[in-house]
Design a protein around this ligand. Structure first.
Ligand code: ACO
Length: 428
């Protein structure tokens, strides 16, 4: 394979280095293109742009492969927990027992938010979407950490990472309780990460929520499966914000905003809304798929398609199996799951979806599990945010620790008016 690519432009031939990743991804290094030729590359929506070199997550979208730090997602889903996976994603290796105990200790140490934070929740209307509250509150929580005003300090990073990972769960549960007008519930030391989240969501001051191990495991798996996904919209946002050397909490808060959109993390909520609509129409999915294929009112099959996966999303496969198991264990028969399966089968056999290589993504079945657990619809994307936090933190760390890191600053192809002149108001 070639080590360089040649670009023949304006009678000049420019040799561009080729960069190869550990899994064979090859990229043409265009960094000096403008300086040498006056040209820039154009790649709106970055579908063909490597914006960084990263060691966190590998995806082969053609083959449906996802690995965190080299470890297949299937193995982690089978044997790991969310907290150990978070450690792996952030620090690059699975924790030893001593490291696990220390990291869990930090998560417990930082699980309470500052008591004054409670007043911030008061200002939101009860109709506020919990993603808006979460984003604002993560940034606000950063205000209670004086060292965040200084530049990146590697020696306290583990503490900051644990604090963010721990508190995002507390803030998320408080946001939910606030939206329902319910009193906030403090975390308890005796609980694991995921148990504590369920406790803060569903316990009452006069009665503890009865933790069901099947539910705890299912939610822990949902968190784990979302832990990272290389340069998706929200992670790329976190890196963009981090590149200006904004602090970890501010960068993560921006990630939450990017994740909120229905084309990204908001899709898990949109899938359930779509399934409910199909059910209310007494449709078996046929009418809906016709509407999608005819581009009726911009309809899309939510939970299908992916920028990178042109194959079955491996997370969707795991979640589909788990949702079957969980519903059976809980004795729930969910008509939405039946509609989802019928839709999936119809879509996978339909030329529209086959030609475009559209397969179920992680969001197609995750809502079914969350519904079975009792997570309210508006909290689905918040759950995704908690799960994605390790990936955001790991990517933030990479930006900060890269000695060659510069502020992210794409260029544009300007298509606006050429030189124009100011006309005073009275002459317009
Ligand atoms: N339903 C119907 N058609 C679709 C869908 C879909 N879900 N997804 C893509 N297509 C079509 C597009 O209209 C396009 O058709 P065309 O070539 O005839 O114009 C073709 O498939 C290619 O799609 P793109 O728009 O180029 O795909 P892109 O990579 O830009 O978008 C995205 C990816 C946003 C995920 C898209 O597939 C989508 O909107 N899916 C539904 C929302 C969703 O599930 N998002 C979650 C993604 S995973 C995550 O963030 C966790």
């Amino acid at each position: 394979m070639a080590n360089t690519a040649k670009l023949d432009i304006d009678g000049k031939v420019l040799e561009l280095p080729i960069l190869e990743g550990t899994e064979g991804e090859r990229a043409i290094d265009f960094r000096n293109l403008r300086a040498k030729t006056g040209y820039i590359t154009y790649d709106e929506s970055y579908a063909n742009t490597g914006s960084c070199q990263s060691k966190v997550t590998f995806i082969d979208g053609e083959k449906g492969i996802l690995r965190y730090r080299g470890i297949p997602i299937e193995e982690l889903a089978e044997g790991s927990t969310f907290v150990q996976t978070a450690y792996l994603v952030i620090f690059g290796h699975l924790p030893t027992e001593a490291e696990r105990v220390e990291f869990s200790g930090l998560l417990t140490k930082y699980q309470m938010i500052h008591e004054d934070m409670k007043f911030h929740f008061e200002g939101f209307p009860s109709s506020a979407h919990p993603m808006a509250i979460l984003s604002a509150m993560i940034n606000a929580a950063g205000c209670f950490i004086p060292e965040l005003t200084k530049d990146y300090q590697p020696e306290v990073f583990e503490q900051q990472a644990a604090r963010l990972l721990s508190q995002v769960r507390t803030l998320a549960a408080y946001a939910y309780r606030k939206s329902r007008g319910l009193p906030s519930i403090y975390p308890k030391r005796k609980y694991t990460y995921t148990e504590n989240f369920l406790h803060m969501m569903f316990s009452e001051p006069d009665e503890d929520y009865a933790l069901d191990p099947a539910i705890v495991d299912a939610l822990d798996l949902i968190f784990l499966l979302h832990a990272d996904h290389e340069q998706n919209c929200s992670t790329a946002t976190v890196r963009m914000v981090a590149s200006s050397r904004a602090n970890l909490f501010a960068s993560a808060s921006a990630g939450v905003c990017a994740l909120w959109g229905p084309l990204h993390g908001g899709a898990n909520q949109a899938v359930i809304e779509m399934l409910k609509e199909i059910r209310a129409d007494k449709d078996d999915g046929t009418k809906f798929l016709d509407k999608v294929k005819n581009r009726g009112a911009g309809a899309k099959l939510m939970g299908f398609g992916h920028r990178v996966y042109k194959n079955y999303d491996p997370r969707a496969r795991i979640i589909k199996r788990r949702s079957d198991e969980l519903l059976a264990k809980l004795g729930i028969s969910d008509p939405l799951l039946d509609i989802a399966k019928t839709l999936e089968e119809a879509a996978l056999n339909d030329p529209y979806f086959i030609e475009r290589r559209l397969y179920p993504n992680v969001d197609f079945y995750s809502g079914i599990i969350m519904q079975a657990i009792g997570i309210p619809l508006e909290m689905f994307t918040v759950i995704f945010s908690i799960g994605r936090m390790p990936g955001w933190i790991a990517n933030y760390k990479e930006v900060m620790e890269d000695p060659d890191s510069r502020i992210y600053r794409p260029r544009q192809v300007y298509q606006g008016p050429t030189l124009n002149h100011y006309v005073p108001l009275f002459e317009r």
